[in-house]
Design a binder for this molecule. Structure first.
Ligand code: HEM
Length: 363
């Protein structure tokens, strides 16, 4: 017969708040309990997030993915999305600890830091954070502050399957990129070109702009036009990808674009929700990073962190750089109004419909 306390391992869990201020024989620092409990609560949620991510990557990495499992994938990612605001709220609880309260025990922590959170690194790498985006800390690799065992685990995770990689493979396999005789991409290109011309004319004739602002807007506009050009040129796309400016393969990006343009088609409902949820997750982790950076700024000001980084400045830079699904954000750049989208051929639309299969009986 199970007993609540034992089932939840509460001896271990509730015995794991060992205050350094007490263990080191000094005056107990009251807020150190909050500091430890909050970190532990984060680590528990990181554990749950990893649990969900591992399952999602496993499912999505199968070739082909059983369509019936896509609901489960989405459900699990949505669960992570629900956890993220809790993480942000937990920082608010920790912010009730003032800078002076923190100084009561801060020096006892050195060199320990959230920078050494193994699970957070595993989450980042499982999502597919580009290792090239990592910043050096005083000239050292981001794993240099970890124990050897943890550093090896994190290094190994860089070459394990990622959510971004599994998404890429899944998108690239989509059968709807092939339209038989219908040249979808040149029809789409015509629609985009018409839209570009219209937008350019709007800037040129905007009476509220002075000449300098007009020129600035036209220059910025030409940059957008350039990005459209890479969309139709696989080699240029892959060049950008090699430079880390694109993460998805050309084929996967086109599939994602198709899904977002024709998301009204029934077969694209779930894929479209998946793409949106991944963007939400990136936003959610970004909110976590920004909330943490602000907490750090208000708690330690401009000091360096116990882990040896520049502190809040490092954290703000990491928030800007450490995003994973940036290509999915960029899909919006390539949207054209619904009524200007090329109409899909009847047989393609037919394939994208929901169909009810009549029950087949043999009686
Ligand atoms: C008073 C509270 C906190 C302070 C002053 C603080 C400070 C810092 C600083 C300065 C860094 C940069 C590395 C360094 O130089 O140490 C850092 C990194 C980090 N902290 Fe905190 N932190 C606090 C609370 C938390 C909490 C509650 C968590 C939740 C687990 C957390 C998780 C992290 C993570 C994951 C990193 C690595 C971020 C990255 O490299 O992108 N921190 N923290």
């Amino acid at each position: 017969m199970r007993y609540y306390w034992d089932y939840l391992g509460l001896d271990d869990l509730l015995g794991a708040q060992r205050l350094a201020s007490i263990e080191d024989g000094g005056a107990p620092a009251h807020d150190e309990m909050l500091f430890i409990v909050t970190h532990q609560a984060f680590e528990l949620w990181f554990k749950q997030i990893l649990w969900e991510l591992d399952a999602v990557v496993d499912t999505l990495a199968a070739a082909p993915v059983d369509e019936r499992e896509m609901g489960q994938v989405l459900h699990r990612l949505e669960r992570i999305k629900e956890i993220q605001p809790l993480l942000v709220q937990q920082f608010a609880v920790l912010e009730t600890m003032t800078p002076l309260d923190f100084l009561d025990f801060r020096d006892l922590l050195i060199p320990a830091s959230g920078f050494q959170s193994l699970q957070f690194r595993l989450v980042e790498n499982r999502l597919g954070l580009d290792p090239a985006k990592r910043m050096k800390i005083q000239g050292s690799h981001y794993t240099s502050r970890l124990s050897r065992e943890h550093a090896e685990r994190v290094a190994a995770s860089e070459s394990e399957p990622t959510l971004l990689g599994a998404l890429d493979a899944w998108l690239a396999r989509t059968p709807f990129l092939r339209f038989g005789d219908f040249d979808f991409w040149s029809a789409y290109r015509d629609a985009v070109t018409a839209m570009i011309e219209r937008d350019r004319a709007l800037i040129a004739s905007n009476a509220s702009l002075d000449e300098v602002s007009r020129q600035q807007q036209l220059d910025a506009f030409e940059t957008t036009v350039e990005t459209f050009a890479t969309l139709f040129d696989r080699d240029r796309w892959e060049e950008l990808r090699a430079q880390g400016k694109r993460r998805l393969s050309h084929e996967a990006f086109l599939a994602a674009l198709l899904i977002s343009l024709y998301r009204d088609e029934p077969a694209f409902h779930t894929p479209h929700r998946l793409l949106r949820t991944l963007v939400d997750l990136d936003i959610g982790f970004n909110a976590f990073r920004n909330a943490h950076a602000q907490l750090v700024h208000r708690t330690i000001g401009g000091r360096i962190g116990t882990g040896g980084t520049s502190g809040h400045e490092y954290l703000e830079a990491a928030a800007r750089r450490h995003r994973v699904f940036t290509d999915l954000f960029d899909l919006a750049t390539y949207s054209v109004p619904r009524d200007e989208l090329p109409a899909l051929p009847g047989d393609v639309r037919e394939q994208l419909r929901f169909r009810f299969q009549a029950a087949t009986g043999n009686g």
